[in-house]
Ligand binder design. Sequence first.
Ligand code: GDP
Ligand code: MG
Length: 301
Amino acid sequence: DTLVDDDFRCGYVALLGRPNVGKSTLLNAMIGVRLSIVSHRPQTTRHRILGISTKPEGQILYVDTPGLHRGGKRAMNRSLNRAARAAISEVNLAVQVIEAGRWTDEDAAMYAALAEQPDVPKLLAINKVDLQKDKTAMLPFVADLMQKHQFDDVYYVSALKSKGLEGLEKGILKRLPEQPAVYAEDEITDRSERFLASEMVREQLMLRLNQELPYATTVEIEAFQDRPDGIAEVHAVIWVERDGQKAIVIGEGGAQLKAIGTSARKAMETMFERKVFLKLWVKVREGWADDENLLKRFGYE
Ligand code: GDP
Ligand code: MG
């Protein structure tokens, strides 16, 4: 008898939190694929990304968000804030991610945005517990948080070490509506390979460039073509704001650009499961991050 499908659950789950708490790492751990790019820098995630996890009990549609950004001045920051707020209003459940032992003003601001949606169930995920030596020392801190905020439950996790994730997953699933899956069970995202390719180049920029430079760059895929020989040929442009930045991205004798290209290509080959031929260019466009039209062209919603 197939009673199994009767209580299949499916719904959208927003992963929310201030920059760098580990939302993208958590998404990747939950779906088992390095889908959303991660770096040690805040504001690595610029786009809303859907990660799909299908289990016998249900399908969880994780929405990784850029997080709310301070300083709504630049057009890019405004676009990021819109994406974060829109994400909250459209989901079946929200998970606010924080760092173990810390509750900052930014966490409070995030919660305030979340509290604007009283009907959305809210879970608190306390991440990076691997960094906490004395776990019991956290308990009063968490008890206080739970008392002052309207969270339905709290989970202790380490996204990096894949700890506590099953409990969180169960907590999510049981709060989703009973309905059939939206996506086929082998799908992991709604994003195109073209988009993922641009993100993999951008991840290398975040990891390898210093200080403010990564924030002055963006990546555009000019061509993505499956050749008859089975190789995917990808042409990517790294946009920077000034000539000096271009020189740094290219590096001495082209060494930096080569390293970026090699790492990005390897990441693409893993994700796309075929060989990739990646061509990279660095081009200058002054003020791209302040230009709404250019942002649209570069894929910012
Ligand atoms: P996001 O900005 O919230 O998406 O954060 P990321 O997922 O990009 O992670 C920010 C940084 O925190 C990266 O350097 C991650 O490796 C690190 N990180 C994420 N989760 C954990 C964790 O559970 N433990 C530790 N120690 N580091 C983590
Ligand atoms: Mg992120």
